[in-house]
Write a protein that binds this ligand. Structure first.
Ligand SMILES: Cc1cc2nc3c(=O)[nH]c(=O)nc-3n(C[C@H](O)[C@H](O)[C@H](O)COP(=O)(O)O)c2cc1C
Length: 244
């Protein structure tokens, strides 16, 4: 059975725009028969990597720190897909998620090998080569803000070879931090659900699904005005009347 490990990297946890996208995605993944493990990173005890390389020397494949990362690594070793789900923070993934990613060093071997035009580390024996899905949303309406994150993800996935799909959502605050399957973004959430299904059944997104996911949620100027009005009104930054 296909195993999907999902990492929700939003500091808002389950009440986030990230989770609003993840919920229908997971519905599709489960409908396709995959097994899922969903981790809300902010609720885990994950310390920073110490850079000691113990996982490459004295205790190969095992970190010297005892925390929830032990369980995350067990799940990662078994996973066919790892879903990085994050809001855009300063043009990248959140520090919460990055801290977790840095702790995956035990999955690699210290040996250096040549892969095409570059040097890398091979996966340690017993670790499946998981493919990656990136689900990201951001506060600005345009999708061009994801450029640096996308490039980062390409580096993390062997020049993009392991990047199975990306769902990049500009103006994500329009969701109001909730999945409303019958609200104004029903068309988007239905496409996200379809994306979850397609990833498991086909290993990629169909062009039709990708095209729908890439559509703007609202005209840029409409979104800007709604966001500004919201800050002026109650200071919570959620565009009023959106995602109801
Ligand atoms: C510290 C911080 C940094 C942010 N950086 C960006 C950014 O670089 N670009 C952007 O468009 N939005 C940025 N945002 C806005 C978030 O991406 C946006 O609010 C998103 O919808 C939050 O998603 P979540 O509810 O899943 O956490 C930032 C928000 C915070 C709190």
């Amino acid at each position: 059975m296909t195993k999907v490990l999902v990492l929700n990297g939003s500091p808002r946890g389950l009440k986030s725009n990230t989770q609003a996208i993840l919920t229908p995605f997971l519905e599709g993944v489960r409908e396709a028969g995959a097994e899922t493990d969903v981790l809300v990173v902010r609720d885990l005890d994950i310390k920073f990597c110490l850079g000691c390389f113990a996982c490459w020397s004295s205790t190969p494949g095992r970190c010297c720190q005892e925390d929830d990362m032990t369980r995350v690594l067990e799940l990662w070793r078994q996973a066919d897909y790892v879903v990085y789900a994050t809001p855009l923070y300063h043009f990248g993934m959140t520090a919460l998620l990055k801290r977790l990613v840095e702790r995956t060093l035990p999955l690699l071997e210290p040996r250096m090998e040549q892969y095409g035009d570059r040097t890398g580390h091979p996966l340690r024996q017993g670790t499946r080569r998981a493919r990656t899905v990136l689900i990201a949303n951001c506060g600005f309406p345009e999708r061009l803000h994801f450029g640096a994150l996308l490039e980062h993800m390409r580096y993390l996935t062997g020049g993009g070879k392991g990047l199975a799909a990306t769902i990049l959502v500009g103006g994500g605050e329009a969701f109001g931090r909730a999945y409303r399957p019958n609200g104004p973004f029903a068309w988007f959430f239905a496409a996200v659900r379809q994306a979850g299904l397609e990833i498991v059944t086909q290993g990629r997104l169909s062009p039709a699904t990708q095209e729908t996911l890439d559509r703007p949620l609202a005209p840029d100027e409409t979104y800007r005005q709604a966001a500004n009005a919201s800050w002026d009104a109650d200071g919570d930054g959620e565009p009023p009347g959106r995602g109801q």
